[in-house]
Design a protein around this ligand. Structure first.
Ligand code: BGC
Length: 744
């Protein structure tokens, strides 16, 4: 039966029930209409299905399943196909476990590295996030399982996440924070979008009609279901009115009363109930499954998790080609090698199938192991340090595992430091005194500052690599796999360099996004601030050379092509990144923004031609005054490189978007004299007729006064004795001329 038809038969109570969660993880069933309960489950990097003891904070155990690498790591693959595969694998496990909606991906922008949930978000860049999250969504949904793109929007800090207002100017909101959601919704129509806890510019997101209805529904034409984050709704009636369909989890009779009173008072009407109920029913019909679930081969999935981590792990530094290491030429130090961090806490935490530590995986390749420190302690343990130093003295190479203890980062609170615990840094210092060949392997959910960087010959960033943690790092260390991950976030040198340093978490109730657009590399690159490792950076055991750049400017897009050659000793992959800088706009612009990327695999000596297309639409910026996306006709610089700072090819192109009407702006009394001078060819007759040309040449003769006059609007020229009537006649005449020229 069609949703509308079902609704016409339902009582008010039933309509309210259907838009209200049933227990903790389910929607309400309506058996008489063949509507099953949908099961919604976290996400985003494993299936956290709870059979008993429901909670949204990772407190109670869930069923045993595969722990995938976290999104922070997988995004570093810069690999569209890989994200699709990751989604497909997750979707197929969800299907086997009879989960209908997987609560992910998390696509909030990593605004500040202290953000508590950065480990499960993707990037500081909206384009990278949008493209890769779209692949994730497509992958999961290809299995008949729905996704929940979360947390819509601007949930970029965890402290006071239930009551804090993210205050963001319109251009920044559109270009940075809404952008990934817009890209995903428009390209893939995910089953659900989850609203965040926070307020946006002082209105709760779940009660924000402009956001949910005007933007998400009407402007982006989103047809799926809008649901709340768990317990995000304060006022159900306001949320319904704003366009929020499904409240999770349900508050049973409390909500029924709340909405009935609101209905009675006229705060909401039945049409609103009908619309949301229709969407819930439609979602149930699309995602409930009649098929008997099939079992999945956990060992095969474990293997896939290893491959995914391998394609994403980032080699940050590799002096003197210290890596890869030959078997039996190194010892391993660090508690994390034995007690790894492979996933984070909170709602994303799953009950892993088979965790393999580095100590287990490297058993036959390492010479010895020393613990060195205890992961949950901050103070050095002298005995452990001494033991490790003794080992380092006689060993050729040391592989030292460092990282954040679990309690350093998690859902519901922000981090308080970007530094490693003291005992870990002290251990590194002691080891360095006796052995200079130290390879550091990092396990962490988000950015670690590295004032100790010079003490490591090589640094490998594994983030939270999932349950095959030991096996994937073994492959990288021994060179079975050539690393090809690239940083999806910048690693700054100092916390003070972070663009939102002075505003992040300053107030309990307000989070002011004063840095505007200049998040992550947009800030460091534009201001030329030296970073530890730039956005997009990641080494390989091979080298890649770039040549033969060719750019075609078409009517709606740029076609770009160039060659990449693997000139090193290993087969391997890299990610050419294409950044564009708008050199035309008279509004502030970052020096470069990522507009395309492609992962390419090349055997030794192989060359491939990379071809990418950049639609002009992707070069637009949001004009908050006109409330429109604006395209600037003119010069753009293209940068092709291996990171935002390592540019190998560049070129400037002049883009005229022929699809857009290029109406030259008219002048008025507020037009400055310098603007008139710049555009003198467009109004030469008017200038002559009113003798403005003579005035301009007189002004130009006086070198000291000229800048002052040029910086005056036309209406102020009465200060140099110009008749105001003459000024207005000139403006009229000039505009006639401009219009005629444009019309031709
Ligand atoms: C989190 C969501 C999660 C939900 C259900 C909330 O606390 O913010 O990301 O999907 O709980 O566990």
């Amino acid at each position: 039966m069609k949703p509308k038809e079902i609704i016409s038969n339902l009582s008010i109570d039933d309509k309210i029930k259907i838009i209200t969660g049933h227990h903790f993880w389910y929607t309400h069933p309506l058996k008489e209409y063949d509507l099953e309960s949908l099961l919604l489950t976290d996400g985003p990097s494993g299936i956290r299905k709870q059979s008993e003891g429901a909670d949204a904070l990772g407190l109670n155990k869930s069923i045993e399943t595969i722990a995938f690498p976290g999104l922070a790591l997988v995004t570093s693959s810069f690999n569209k196909k890989l994200l699709n595969r990751y989604g497909t694998l997750l979707g197929s496990i969800a299907k086997s476990e009879r989960v209908n909606i997987l609560l992910g991906p998390g696509v909030n922008i990593k605004r500040h590295p202290l953000g508590g949930r950065n480990f499960e978000y993707m990037s500081e860049d909206p384009f990278l996030t949008g493209i890769l999250a779209f692949e994730y969504v497509k992958g999961v949904e290809s299995q008949g399982v729905g996704t929940s793109v979360k947390h819509f929007v601007a949930n970029n800090r965890e402290n006071q996440r239930f009551s804090n207002s993210s205050n963001i100017d319109m251009r920044t909101l559109r270009e940075i924070y809404l952008k990934p959601f817009e890209m995903i919704v428009k390209r893939s129509m995910p089953a659900t979008v989850m609203t965040s806890y926070n307020l946006l510019n002082h209105v709760y997101v779940s009660e924000n009609r402009w956001l949910l209805t005007d933007i998400l529904r009407n402007e982006w034409n989103y047809q799926g279901l809008i649901l709340s984050d768990w317990a995000a709704i304060k006022d159900r009636a306001k949320a319904l009115k704003a366009g929020l369909d499904l409240e999770m989890p349900g508050k049973d009779s409390y909500t029924i009363n709340e909405l009935k009173v609101a209905l009675h008072n006229g705060d909401i009407n039945e049409e609103m109930l009908n619309k949301s109920a229709e969407r819930v029913i439609d979602t149930i019909q699309r995602y409930q499954s009649e098929q008997e679930p099939e079992l999945y081969d956990k060992d095969a999935f474990h293997e896939a998790v290893k491959d995914i981590a391998n394609d994403s792990t980032i080699l940050l530094k590799n002096n003197h080609q210290t890596l890869p290491l030959a078997s039996k030429t190194f010892s391993v130090i660090g508690d994390l090698a034995e007690h790894p961090r492979f996933q984070a806490g909170g709602s994303s935490k799953v009950n892993p199938y088979h965790v393999v530590s580095a100590v287990e995986a490297l058993e036959n390749d390492m010479n010895a192991f020393a613990r060195g420190y205890e992961i949950n302690e901050e103070d050095s343990n002298n005995e452990l340090v001494e033991e490790a130093v003794e080992l380092a003295k006689k060993e050729k190479n040391i592989v030292l595992f460092l990282g954040y203890p679990e309690h350093y980062e998690g859902e519901g609170y922000d981090k308080t430091t970007l530094n490693l615990p003291d005992n870990q840094v002290q251990l590194l210092n002691e080891l360095y005194k006796v052995n200079k060949n130290i390879v550091v392997v990092l396990q962490n959910g988000a950015v670690i500052l590295m004032p100790w960087e010079d003490k490591a010959q090589s640094i490998v960033e594994t983030y939270l690599p999932g349950e095959a943690v030991g096996e994937s790092i073994r492959d990288i260390l021994l060179g079975t796999v050539n690393p090809s991950g690239k940083l999806a976030e910048s690693i700054p040198k100092r916390i003070e360099d972070i663009p939102s340093y002075y505003s992040f978490n300053k107030s309990k109730s307000e989070e002011n996004y004063l840095e505007g657009l200049f998040v992550g590399y947009r800030h460091y690159d534009t201001k030329r601030i030296d970073v530890q490792f730039p956005f997009g950076h990641g080494l390989s055991y091979s080298n890649f050379e770039y040549s033969n750049l060719n750019i075609d400017v078409n009517t709606t897009h740029l076609d770009i092509q160039f060659d990449v050659t693997n000139t090193g000793q290993y087969d391997g992959a890299t990610v050419p990144q294409i950044y564009v800088g708008n050199q035309t706009s008279d509004i502030e612009m970052p020096t470069k923004e990522l507009k395309a990327f492609e992962k390419v695999y090349l055997e030794r000596n192989q060359t491939t031609t990379v071809k990418v297309t950049i639609p002009f639409d992707d070069l637009r910026w949001f004009n908050a005054q006109t409330n429109l996306w604006q395209f600037d006709h003119g010069l753009y610089e293209l940068f092709i490189g291996e990171s935002v700072s390592d540019i190998r090819l560049n070129s400037t192109v002049n883009i005229i978007n022929e699809q857009l009407d290029i109406q030259q702006p008219l002048i008025n009394e507020d037009t400055y004299l310098y603007e008139v001078i710049e555009r003198k060819d467009e109004m030469s007759h008017a200038l002559e007729k009113y003798e403005f040309d003579k005035m301009i040449s007189n002004i130009n003769e006086d070198k000291s006064l000229a800048p002052l006059f040029k910086n005056m609007p036309l209406r102020s020229l009465i200060m140099v004795n110009l008749d105001i009537n003459k000024i207005y006649c000139f403006i009229e005449e000039a505009n006639k001329e401009i219009t005629q020229t444009t019309d031709k």
